[in-house]
Each structure stands twice: as structure tokens, then as C-alpha cells.
Write a protein that binds this ligand. Structure first.
Ligand SMILES: Cc1ncc(COP(=O)(O)O)c(C=O)c1O
Length: 433
């Protein structure tokens, strides 16, 4: 980004701009599209799997309603897309009704709207540590305090949530919501176990908080049994949707290019979100909504998700096998049962951000862990994506990355022979070898 610090309108920008930063992955995009680079950095589903023929068919199906497709629509979304959302949620085990769902321009907009309607400057929110960088970005504009809660292999640690809430209460800090990605979390690939889901909900009741349940990956499971969403647990235990605000998206089960997601919540919250969205973009694209409705109503979308998931599983296997084959024994990683990501943790003295230029010069890229924390932790960690690259290239990419890590470890050993340095920043996530 050129000359950001010399921006001559600095004195005019709003205070909120100070907290906003661009996502590393967005900045990296141009570099990563360079031929020859094996990018394990993106968070992309593989849209090539959808195919030209299926795309043509959808376009033909909606051509007859071109006037509506090209028109503005209702802020909450067309009736037909709400039917589809209810259907998709039912496949996720949530009995939703049309009135409880609200269409957004991707789940990303939902994150922004949730922050817009709940956060005043200085309010605190609890997030997993690490958490989805895009959520941190969306929240940052509203200038909250981010409190990261450590995770282990079973997800966010409830006792640490309680501790943080007690501490906040003591300090007179107002906590508004807990943000969680319970399934195959971005960036760690970790899934919160069933017991913790119930406990988290119980904590939210005790402290009268909202839970933002962001679930883009729930249906991309290739191992193990699906777990009930927090939203489903709330309906089962309390008889209705109340404090869980569930975010869904078509990005990972269909395609991110349509930019369509949704919020499932109780009417009071949806009303506020509706007003917030009117100010942001009036409505989401009718064209996208109609394409999705056409596909989901007339085609085997579940079959398509299954096909994608099978391919991601092969790629996940390729990544785990390559990690086991090539990585130095000091490096650890997670074992996701679905989704798109593996999280790798290097020895605490290595810095994944500093290492990235070297990795790119060796033709492999990843996302440094630092961007998934608000306060600079996670420096020795990295997010590795397996959904977008073919297995042989994943294997080669991990081999190259292992070489880069080894080089840096050796450099450190050389330095250490001369002088003793203190360890820096660690990571709390329990990982598999
Ligand atoms: C956890 C999480 N939430 C939200 C989003 C945004 O998704 P969308 O494409 O629906 O805006 C992503 C995208 O990668 C994500 O990983």
C-alpha cells in the first residue's frame, strides 16, 4: 500500500479509521496470483467444480424473470431465497421459519451489521483466539475491545470465558457478545465439542449476552458426526430463538461470487439489522438471490456439497500427509474434520510474518497467524488452506514450506551459538502431530 502514512487528508479521517487495517490475505492477492506460486494462503472454495453447464442452466432459468432479477428487492430478501435458506438451515439441523431469516451481502456484511447494531466504542466482545480476521476487520470500525479467549482441540475454553467475563465485570467493562465459529473454525480448523456449546450458551444466559454463531463451514464435514449448532441447542433447550444470532452463507456451499449470506435471529434483532442494512446497501442483489433459488430449488445442491467435500477431504489428507512427511518435529498442526484450513504452530522463536517473503521467493505462500489476533499474538503460527490447490501441489507446497522453516530454525541455532535470546510470543492451541 503506497504512501499510507503520508496521506494528506489524515486530519479529516474519522477516528474509527485508526483501528481499521486491511486483511493480509487481501493485500497478498496480487502476489499470490503470480504463476508458479503455490498458494496455501487463500480461503477459497474451488469454484471450478461447479462447471459451465450448470452455470448456463441457472442463467437460462432466470432469464424469463429478467425484469425482477435486474430490479431492487426487499431489504430482508426475496421470498424464494428465504425458502431456500430455511431449507439449508434444516439440513444443518435448525428448524427456522421465513420470519427468522434475513438476507445479507455475504456473511461478511452480517458481521458488519451485527457490530453496527450492538457496539458502542469501548464495548468489549469475546472472540476465540485466534479468530476469523475478516470479523476482526468488521468489528474494528466500531472500536470495541477485543478479548481473545484461548482454545484447545475442543474449541473455545469455557472456564476462560467465565474468567474473562468476571474480569470485565470487575473492571466495569461492558461485554456485548461472544463471537464464535464453532465448526472447522477459520483459521484453525478446530470444532467446538457438544458439551462446550451447551456450556457457552449457559454462560451467555448467566451474563445476559448475545452469541454470534458464524457457521460458513458446518456442511463441509468429511469426518465424524455433525454436532448441533448453538442455535439448534437454544431452540431445543429454551423453545425459541433468543440470544443466538446465527450467520450463514452460500459462499462455501455454492459460490462466494454471488455474495449472499443470511442472519437467523429473533425479530427484535432482525429489525435493527434491517435498518442497518438499508443504510449500507438497501438490499442484496436480486440477481444473486434468483440464481441461488433456481439452483437450490431445481438441482441436487446436497450432491454438489458432497462432491466438494469429498475433494476437500482428499486435499486435507494430502496436506496432513505432507506435513507429517516433511515438517521438522518442532512444528505442530491441527487435524480438521472438515472445512478449508489447517493451523500450524512453529517454535515460539519463529515469526511467520517475517518468514513470508522468503517463502514467497521459494514459491509457496500461507497466511501468518498474527492477523487472526487483535493484539499481535500468534506470530509463530500460520494458516494453511487446502481447498483450492490440487493434492500434488499441496504436497510440493508443504515440502517447500518445510525447507523455509528449517532454514530459519538453522539460522536461529547458528545465532544461538553466539548469544542466548529470550523466546517470544507463544500459541495456546493444542495441536496434533
Ligand atoms: C468464519 C467466516 N465468516 C464469514 C466469512 C465471510 O463469508 P462471506 O463470503 O459469506 O461474506 C468467512 C469467509 O471466509 C469466514 O471464514
Amino acid at each position: 500500500m503506497p504512501l499510507v502514512d503520508l496521506d494528506r487528508f489524515d486530519f479529516l479521517y474519522a477516528n474509527r479509521v485508526k483501528g481499521m487495517k486491511t486483511a493480509v490475505t487481501r493485500d497478498l492477492m496480487a502476489t499470490l496470483s503470480r504463476p508458479g506460486i503455490i498458494s496455501l494462503a487463500g480461503g477459497f472454495p474451488d469454484t471450478k467444480l461447479f462447471g459451465e453447464e450448470a452455470f448456463r442452466e441457472i442463467s437460462q432459468n432466470i432469464a424469463a424473470d429478467s425484469a425482477q432479477a435486474l430490479q431492487y428487492g426487499p431489504t430482508a430478501g426475496l421470498e424464494s431465497i428465504k425458502d431456500v435458506i430455511v431449507d439449508v438451515m434444516s439440513a444443518e439441523g435448525i428448524e427456522a421459519s421465513q420470519e427468522e431469516v434475513f438476507t445479507t451481502t455475504g456473511a461478511q456484511q452480517a458481521l458488519d451489521l451485527v457490530a453496527k447494531v450492538f457496539l458502542d466504542e469501548g464495548d468489549a466482545i469475546l472472540c476465540e483466539g485466534p479468530t476469523y480476521a475478516g470479523a476482526l476487520n468488521a468489528f474494528a470500525a466500531y472500536r470495541p475491545r477485543i478479548m481473545h479467549i484461548p482454545m484447545d482441540r475442543a474449541g473455545i475454553i469455557p472456564s476462560a470465558v467465565r474468567e474473562a467475563l468476571k474480569k470485565a465485570r470487575k473492571q466495569g467493562v461492558r461485554v456485548k457478545f461472544i463471537y464464535t465459529v464453532p465448526n472447522f473454525q477459520n483459521p484453525t480448523g478446530v470444532t467446538m465439542n457438544g458439551e462446550r456449546r451447551r456450556e457457552l450458551l449457559q454462560i451467555a444466559r448467566e451474563y445476559d449476552l448475545i452469541i454470534i454463531e458464524d457457521n460458513p463451514y458446518g456442511m463441509l464435514r468429511f469426518e465424524g458426526e455433525p454436532l448441533p449448532t448453538l442455535s439448534a441447542i437454544e431452540k431445543e433447550e429454551d423453545g425459541d430463538v433468543d440470544r443466538v444470532v446465527y450467520l450463514g452463507t452460500f459462499s462455501k456451499i455454492f459460490a462466494p461470487g454471488v455474495r449472499l449470506g443470511w442472519v437467523h435471529a429473533q425479530p427484535g434483532i432482525l429489525h435493527k439489522i434491517n435498518v442497518g442494512k438499508q443504510g449500507a446497501d438497501l438490499c442484496s442483489s436480486n440477481l444473486s438471490q434468483m440464481m441461488i433459488s433456481s439452483y437450490f430449488q431445481h438441482s441436487d445442491w446436497r450432491g454438489y456439497v458432497k462432491r466438494q467435500t469429498k475433494i476437500y477431504q482428499e486435499r486435507r489428507n494430502a496436506m496432513l500427509d505432507a506435513l507429517a512427511e516433511f515438517m521438522p518435529k518442532e512444528v505442530h498442526w491441527t487435524h480438521p474434520e472438515g472445512g478449508l484450513f489447517v493451523w500450524a504452530t512453529m517454535p515460539s522463536y519463529l515469526d511467520a510474518t517475517n518468514m513470508l517473503p522468503r517463502a514467497i521467493s521459494r514459491n509457496v505462500a500461507y497466511v501468518p497467524g498474527e492477523g487472526f489476533y487483535a493484539g499481535g499474538e500468534g506470530k509463530n503460527c500460520m494458516r494453511l488452506n487446502f481447498s483450492f490447490v490440487e493434492p500434488e501441489r499441496i504436497r510440493r507446497g508443504i515440502e517447500l514450506l518445510s525447507e523455509v522453516i528449517r532454514d530459519h530454525m538453522e539460522l536461529r541455532s547458528d545465532l544461538e551459538r553466539g548469544s542466548q535470546q529470550g523466546a517470544r510470543h507463544g500459541s495456546k492451541i493444542g495441536t496434533d502431530r
